[in-house]
Every structure is written in structure tokens, then in C-alpha cells.
Design a protein around this ligand. Structure first.
Ligand code: NAD
Length: 541
């Protein structure tokens, strides 16, 4: 038994590589993109460390060239879901009782494998399968995934070393036990790093998972699973399932051993899961922990003292990077009339400069949206705005799904502060702007606060710092991640712990100790050194 006391200090963030022409990282990535484009991977389910093939198949295609098949995957049925639950429960005892530093070393090894040997593999699979350009893949699939692993180990170390006071004659301690049962991890399509962390933060704290992958992120998620195995993650600790969300959700939630759900995705799906848990609440062995990061209607609020060029840049990047498919993407903006023309001109100029297309052409800033359902949904909002008397498309507005699912960066200007596209989450490259009279600043702040049910991210721009503070205070509950003079996207692990409240989720802040603490059930232990034998109070003697 190794009796060392390890120290895991806060790490540095994984540096973002530049991918300049001729750089070794660019050459490695180009070679890997070529390899993955030439291959059709067969993706099995991975249950209890074994590959399981059901023959019920689905296809992974490139969103920017949907005729190109990258992989074929096996879908889980009821039988495989039950096998995954059994495997997670079997693996749980040994994993939860293992010295936590051994669990931590596996996490740190996965981080090193992704940062080095498999960086090109994970980035290329994210680029091709989820249509991210190099930069967007690098900050997600490589850097943020690695940061989650390394920071979580440091945060876990802090949690385990948080211990109560002892007193003369007694020793007190808290044992941070993993949950009693399995955790269902349900991941979204848009971040490879989130998919990884939804499993691995519970796993680090001694839990085992059944992983419902997103159907449109299966390729990168499969490679994550293979890297976990190479790093020595024992069989059954993470059980990789592809297939229908409704089916996998139904059968996992039926199990009395469900101990928690770690979810990221839309509010509607999280509501469904929460409702199903609520309906069965008497059947579970413990109250399942429900942790969900969900939708957003993220805003930029422009104070009349702002610099129009800075706002235009933030609006352009915040709304259109990765085609607006970040939960934090700016999708509504409140701009004062005095600045609007300059801001609009700045956004238009940028939209005219960028090109849209395949991720393998590195000059393309904009790529495709994730799939046909999403494309149809986004274009329906654009069509609605085109026909509406109280809105106008002032930038972009063209959509084409003939080869890939392409939607131009689009700005809708509306005179109706309750216009459909300024209230509902669209999850695409569409920014809706309401222009307010400078004299109506207070009303505009109120609109920003009350228009959407969400509370994920928001930004305020202005040079008058006192006035900006007043706006920030008035908008205190509008966002779990709030930015001053910066775009509302791009949270970095260890720097801006991420999550929102209201309809945006439980705000347990992925990549921080608040999240990790949800995956333990502490046991307080008091040991008395010499047990008393006298029952009478002192004054009775
Ligand atoms: P989604 O809700 O459609 O799907 C998320 C996952 O849930 C997928 O794996 C899906 O298969 C699964 N699912 C669907 N129905 C299910 C059911 N009945 N039971 C169990 N699982 C089910 O979301 P998406 O389209 O993948 O992702 C986009 C959404 O995620 C947006 O709303 C975005 O705002 C949100 N998001 C939020 C954050 C955050 O941190 N707040 C981060 C990323 C994405």
C-alpha cells in the first residue's frame, strides 16, 4: 500500500497551438484528416470493456458534406442498456474503493495522451464529425478536454483534504464516498470536452457511468473512449452507448440503482429526464443527483458609451463562431440607436470578409450546422423573419443544404422586443437585435432581464465603467457567466467556471469543485479514543 500523500497543485491551461502553415501540428493534423476521410470506422457499443455489435446500424456523416460517411455505428436496444447498467454496478465497488490517487493518475494519463499522441486524432474527428474549424476543434477537443482532466484532479485533491476539526479524545474525518449506484451521463453534440467531462468528473470521484453519446458526435466520442481504455481505465467504469435518447433514457431511468444524471443539452430534454425521475422517485434506492447544463438565449447589452467596433467584433465572433452552436453564443443584442449603424456596418464588413465551407479548407471561418433537423429549424426562423412585418434581415439570411448544412451568419433587426427569434433558443448563426432609443436605457435593461427564461451567459459593453456596473448589477440574475467588454463565449476551465441558472440548468459549474462535490456522498466519522463508561452528567455525580 502506497502511503504517500500526493500534492496536485492547480495546473497551467493547455496551450492553444497556432497551426501555422508548415508547423508540425498542422502537418500531423492534415495527415490525420486525410486518413479519417478515407476510412469508414465501424463503431461498436463498449460495455464492460467488450465491444458489442447489435447490427442495428446508424451512419455518421460530415455535416459540411453529408454524402460522405465517416462511420457506421451499432445502436443499443433495451438488452444492451441493461448490460451497461449491470457492468457499471459490477465495476463500481472496486473503482470506488480504489485509492483516489490511482484514479487521478489515470485521468492525468488520458490528459497527456490527448495533449500529445492523440491530439491530431481527436481534433480531426471533431472537425470532420462536428464541422468545427481547426481553431474551434483545438480549443474544445484538445485543450478544454485536457484542462477538465487536469483541473478536476487538483479540485478533487482540495475536496478530499477538506476535513473537519477534531477535539481532545476524538478524531473526526469525512470520507467522500462515490454515489451508491450508477451515473447516467448524457452528452450533447457541440462539445467533445463536455462529453468527456460528463463522464469523467463523476468517475474521478469514484463513480461508474452509462454514457449516452450524442448521435451527431459519435466519432470523436468513440475515440475518447478508446483513449480512456488505453490509459488503463478498468472495464465497466464507463459504458459507451449509441442510439435513441428516448430508449436509453427510459431504460436507465427505470433502474432503482440510478444514482445521478450528468446532463448537458437542451432544457426540453433535461425537463423530460427530470420529470421521469420525479414520477419514479419512490422507486430509487437514493435520491438521484440531477446535474444539468441546458439551453441559453445569451445576450450582448450595449451601453451608449461603448466602442462600436469592439461591439461589432464581439457580436460577430460571439454569435457566429462554430455557427452559433455554443450554448454561450450571443443570440440577442440590445443596441442604442446612436451606435447601431456603426455596429451593423462592422458586422457586415466581417460577414463579407469570411468564407463558409469545408473544414479541410483552413481559410473557412464558417462551416456547417450539425444536421438536417437543426438546419431546417434554423432556416424556419430565418423564413419567419423574412415574412414578418416587424423584422428585417440585415445581414446574411441564405441557407443551402444541397451538399452540406450551410447557413449564412444572419442578423435579424426587429422593432418588436418580444419577436420570436429574440425570445427562443435557435442554436445556429442567427443574432436578433433590438435597437433602443438612448433615452430608454432603463427600459432596455428591463427587457434584457425579463425577455428570456434562460440565464446562461451575457455581456455588457461600455466605456463608462460606473454606468456599466449599474447595468451589470441590474442584470445580476440574467447570466451565470457574465462578461464586461468581452464576447459572452469562450469560458476557460479554471478561469471562468461555467454554467447558468433559471432555465439554463442547475449551475453546478463544470470544471470546478462545485461540480465534483455533486458526485460524492460524504460520510462523517467520529472516533472516540477512550470510550466513556459513566452515563451521569457531571452535576449528578
Ligand atoms: P439535445 O437535448 O437534443 O440532446 C442532448 C442529449 O440528450 C443527446 O445525447 C440526446 O441523444 C439525448 N436525449 C434526447 N432525448 C433524450 C431522452 N428522452 N432521454 C435521454 N437522453 C435524451 O441537445 P443537443 O442538440 O445535443 O445540444 C444542444 C443543446 O445543448 C442546446 O440547447 C445548448 O444550449 C445546450 N448546451 C448547453 C450547455 C451548457 O453548458 N449550458 C453546453 C452545451 C450545450
Amino acid at each position: 500500500m502506497n502511503n504517500s500523500i500526493y500534492s496536485f497543485p492547480l495546473p497551467a491551461n493547455e496551450p492553444v497551438k497556432s497551426y501555422l502553415k508548415g508547423s508540425p501540428e498542422r502537418e500531423a493534423l492534415e495527415a490525420e484528416l486525410k486518413r479519417q476521410k478515407k476510412t469508414v470506422v465501424e463503431i461498436p457499443l463498449i460495455i464492460d470493456g467488450k465491444e458489442v455489435r447489435t447490427g442495428d446500424m446508424g451512419e455518421v456523416v460530415m455535416p459540411h458534406d453529408h454524402g460522405h460517411v465517416l462511420a457506421r455505428y451499432h445502436k443499443a436496444g433495451e438488452k444492451e442498456v441493461k448490460m451497461a447498467i449491470d457492468a457499471a454496478l459490477r465495476a463500481r465497488k472496486e473503482w470506488s474503493e480504489l485509492d483516489w490517487t490511482v484514479r487521478a493518475t489515470i485521468m492525468l494519463k488520458i490528459a497527456d495522451l490527448i495533449a500529445g499522441k492523440y491530439r491530431a486524432l481527436i481534433n480531426a474527428s471533431c472537425m470532420l464529425g462536428q464541422s468545427k474549424n481547426i481553431y474551434q476543434a483545438e480549443i474544445d477537443a484538445a485543450c478544454e478536454t485536457v484542462d477538465f482532466f487536469r483541473y478536476n484532479v487538483a479540485f478533487a485533491s482540495k475536496i478530499y483534504s477538506t476535513q473537519p476539526k477534531s477535539a481532545p479524545g476524538q478524531i473526526n474525518s469525512v470520507e467522500y464516498r462515490g454515489l451508491e449506484g450508477f451515473v447516467l451521463a448524457v452528452s450533447p453534440f457541440n462539445f467533445t470536452s463536455i462529453a468527456s467531462n460528463l463522464n469523467m468528473s463523476p468517475v474521478l470521484m469514484g463513480n461508474t457511468t452509462v454514457w449516452k453519446t450524442s448521435t451527431t458526435a459519435i466519432l470523436s466520442n468513440y475515440y475518447l473512449m478508446k483513449i480512456y481504455e488505453e490509459a488503463g481505465l478498468p472495464a465497466g467504469v464507463v459504458n459507451f452507448l449509441c442510439g435513441s435518447g428516448a430508449l436509453i433514457g427510459k431504460h436507465t431511468l427505470e433502474s432503482p440503482d440510478l444514482a445521478g444524471i450528468h446532463f448537458t443539452g437542451s432544457s426540453a430534454t433535461f425537463n423530460t429526464l427530470w420529470r421521469q425521475v420525479g414520477e419514479r422517485i419512490g422507486q430509487y434506492k437514493s435520491y438521484p443527483r440531477l446535474v444539468g447544463e441546458t439551453g441559453g438565449k445569451d445576450f450582448i447589452f450595449v451601453h451608449p458609451s461603448a466602442n462600436a467596433e469592439e461591439v461589432a467584433n464581439a457580436a460577430f465572433c460571439g454569435a457566429f463562431e462554430f455557427q452559433g452552436q455554443k450554448c454561450s453564443a450571443a443570440s440577442r443584442m440590445y443596441a442604442p440607436k446612436s451606435l447601431w449603424n456603426d455596429i451593423l456596418e462592422g458586422i457586415r464588413r466581417r460577414a463579407d470578409e469570411v468564407s463558409m465551407g469545408d473544414v479541410c479548407d483552413f481559410d473557412n471561418f464558417i462551416n456547417a450546422v450539425i444536421d438536417e433537423t437543426s438546419f431546417d429549424n434554423i432556416s424556419s426562423y430565418i423564413e419567419y423573419a423574412k415574412a414578418a412585418p416587424d423584422a428585417e434581415i440585415v445581414v446574411g439570411g441564405k441557407c443551402d443544404k444541397s451538399k452540406g448544412y450551410f447557413v449564412e451568419p444572419t442578423v435579424i433587426q426587429t422593432s418588436n422586443p418580444h419577436f420570436k427569434s429574440i425570445e427562443e433558443e435557435i442554436f445556429g448563426p442567427v443574432l436578433t437585435v433590438y435597437v433602443y432609443e438612448d433615452a430608454d436605457l432603463e427600459d432596455a435593461i428591463k427587457l434584457c432581464d425579463t425577455t428570456s427564461p434562460y440565464g446562461l451567459t451575457g455581456a455588457v459593453f461600455g466605456r463608462d465603467r460606473v454606468a456599466v456596473q449599474k447595468v451589470a448589477d441590474a442584470l445580476r440574475y440574467t447570466a451565470g457567466n457574465f462578461y464586461i467588454n468581452d464576447k459572452p463565449t469562450g469560458a476557460v476551465v479554471g478561469m471562468q467556471p461555467f454554467g447558468g441558472s433559471r432555465a439554463s440548468g442547475t449551475n453546478d459549474k463544470a470544471g470546478g469543485e462545485f461540480n465534483l462535490i455533486r458526485w460524492v456522498i460524504p460520510r462523517a466519522i467520529k472516533e472516540t479514543l477512550v470510550s466513556p463508561t459513566e452515563y451521569r452528567y457531571t452535576y449528578m455525580k
